[in-house]
Design a protein around this ligand. Structure first.
Ligand SMILES: Cc1cc2nc3c(=O)[nH]c(=O)nc-3n(C[C@H](O)[C@H](O)[C@H](O)COP(=O)(O)O)c2cc1C
Length: 205
């Protein structure tokens, strides 16, 4: 039996105490065995990222997740700083850069806009999958196994406490299934979003 996958959750929210959705998703997985929650803003309030420490963390895990609120169709600033500094040439990419090869990478993001807004005819004109293309290209360059974003959309439209609890529980069950190799990742990769059709994916239907 293969050992469970170790998951590194890079958490990038500038004001955790004001976060409703990301905080709830994070709380649902924090403390689970094999999952390391690493809060980038808490660790690096001055953006002075310890590259060696971050690279060691990446090497020690099989899955790297970047969790963040969607800000200006992208990530909060510290996530960009992390990518700029940690994914070094000769380490993550380039002729000899193979440190991240084969590791799974995906984003977990929350957005104010709903699914309709993130459609070709919607107000944002593009889908979440399209808008996250730079991180897909980054994962590809770094020889990682990219999966589509796990997205909680429409969080400004009165997401009820019940719906939020459901999202949190879905997220926990998804990470547990990923740890224990119970997800069909080829199928996930083809989906528009990681968490489309989650019940089927988790074998609950
Ligand atoms: C600076 C900023 C930029 C934002 N940009 C977007 C955006 O481009 N698209 C979107 O759908 N929501 C956008 N939002 C809304 C956030 O995504 C939303 O508030 C967040 O996902 C809620 O999660 P939280 O409760 O964890 O803070 C933005 C919010 C802020 C503060």
């Amino acid at each position: 039996m293969t050992p469970p996958r170790k998951i590194l959750l890079l958490f990038a929210h500038p004001t955790l105490r004001r976060s409703r959705v990301n905080g709830a998703l994070r709380a649902a997985v924090e403390g689970l065995p094999g999952i390391t929650v690493h809060d980038l803003y808490a660790n690096y309030p001055d953006f002075l990222i310890d590259v060696e420490r971050e690279q060691a963390l990446c090497l020690a895990h099989d899955v790297i997740i970047l969790q963040h609120p969607f800000y200006w169709y992208s990530t909060p600033a510290i996530a960009k700083e992390w990518l700029d500094l940690v994914l070094e040439h000769g380490w993550a990419y380039g002729n000899t850069g193979r440190a991240l090869q084969g590791k799974i990478f995906f984003q977990v993001l929350t957005a104010g806009g709903d699914a309709l807004a993130y459609s070709p005819d919607g107000s944002n004109r593009h889908t979440i999958r399209e808008l996250t293309l730079p991180l897909r290209a980054t994962a590809n360059l770094c020889h990682m196994r990219w999966l589509p974003p796990y997205a909680v959309l429409g969080v400004h439209r009165g997401l009820s406490q019940e719906a939020l609890s459901q999202h949190a529980s879905d997220f926990r069950r998804t990470l547990e299934a990923l740890q224990n190799n119970r997800l069909d990742l080829a199928r996930v990769a083809e989906q528009e979003l990681f968490n489309n059709d989650l019940a089927n994916l988790l074998g609950e239907e």
